[in-house]
Each structure stands twice: as structure tokens, then as C-alpha cells.
Write a protein that binds this ligand. Sequence first.
Ligand code: SF4
Length: 114
Amino acid sequence: MKMICINCPKGCELDVERTADGAVSVAGNACPRGEEYGRSELVNPTRMVTALVRVAGMRKPLPVKTKTAIPKGKIDAVLFAMHQTTVQLPVKIGDIVIRDVAETGVDVVATANM
Ligand code: SF4
């Protein structure tokens, strides 16, 4: 499988394969971060998710993000949970807005003060 490493602007083209013995081989990476990225993209791809959530009594939404990357297959469920959420002010950067979003074990946190 071909993929581009997104860990830095160099954008190395990776060739990631599962070998006959079940191991993962990564080629084309210029540094160890590319090998780790290729391996995790094949075995368990993850993404950070950012969005805006409603704020009670205000038109301006609150920007939020998952605290860490979540499994790619859970993105729709995470976005749905964010869409269903309305926060009460005040909120500070880093405050937890949703705990264990979509049963990922990851919290959604505020990325702005309001
Ligand atoms: S493999 Fe290393 S050098 Fe290449 S894009 Fe990824 S982080 Fe950058």
C-alpha cells in the first residue's frame, strides 16, 4: 500500500506491506517517524478530530478537539457526539467538553476561552 507520511512537510512516499509472517514492512521513509506512521496507518489508523460545538445562549460556537487521536473508524460517531453537545459558559482552554467521546476512551476538550 502506498501512502504519504504526514508527519512533516517532506511528505515521504511510503510503501507499506504486510509480510507473509504477519509483520509490517515500511520502505521509503527518511526517518523513524515515517516507519511508525506507516505501521500504525496499516494496523490501526487514527486521527485527531476538530469541530465546533454549540454554546448555550450564544450564536458563536466553541472550537473543540479530541485530546488525542482516535480510531479512524470512530470519526463519524465522534462528530455526531460533538454535534449533539451544547456547552455552558464559562469555558477555558483544555476544559473537558465530552468525556470518553463515543466510547473511545478519549475526551473532547475546548481549544478556546469563552
Ligand atoms: S518519514 Fe520522516 S522525513 Fe519523511 S515525511 Fe515522515 S517524518 Fe518527514
